[in-house]
Design a protein around this ligand. Sequence first.
Ligand code: MG
Length: 267
Amino acid sequence: MCTTCGCGHADGGDVTFDGAHGHVHAHDHADNAASTRLIRLEADLLAKNAGFAEANRRLFADHGVFVVNLVSSPGSGKTSLLARTAGELRHRLPLAVIEGDQQTSHDADRMRAAGVPAVQINTGRICHLDAHMVGHAVERLHLPRGGVLFIENVGNLVCPADFDLGEHHKVVLVSVTEGEDKPLKYPNMFAAADLMIVNKTDLLPHVEFDVGRCVAYARRIKPDLAAIELSATTGQGLAPWYAWLEAGAARARRAASPAAAAVAEAT
Ligand code: MG
């Protein structure tokens, strides 16, 4: 039984959620009264999520952990980027990963194979992680004091935009095999993100993708959006990504309570 909210969530193992935790999507707008009710449900749900997100944020701050929420379409390379990052950064910073997928623990298995503690959340029919799920996943992880906690969200550019998980930043990935107009099609996600990564740049000679135009589209939505071009496969362009993470972790350590900061410095 979950002690935070009294739900029936059981302890032990990876985390699986059924529809009971999910939000109701307004697929049927035919009836105004029904639409109003759905909007109210959505508002209640986001208010509840905000409470859980705030609790997560306090916990992360107490531990001096820098928390990054990775979002993208399926297949943009979130897991490949995280696996490479885990392998190359884990000797410099404490790391941990929360993986979100509707089914399977393949991604968490890849992270563990890369030498980093990971917990898989299976969301079932739900298309995004929420702060309550993340709170439960964190109970199963040793928080990487003074380091980075990555949260890999469920792959889509719609639902995860609305849900604050208590993270410091959302990072949105676009790969060069996708349309360069993704920022215009899914503006909420690009507005919510603080960093955009253009991945799979090793494939640029083989595809019609104008990186400059994609970044310009994204900055139409959010003018101060930072952008990094890289290839998780070849490793080209990873240095600015690692520098961004190390700078974030340093800020989180400095902002932590003095006791947590002391522990973080000692680890
Ligand atoms: Mg993945």
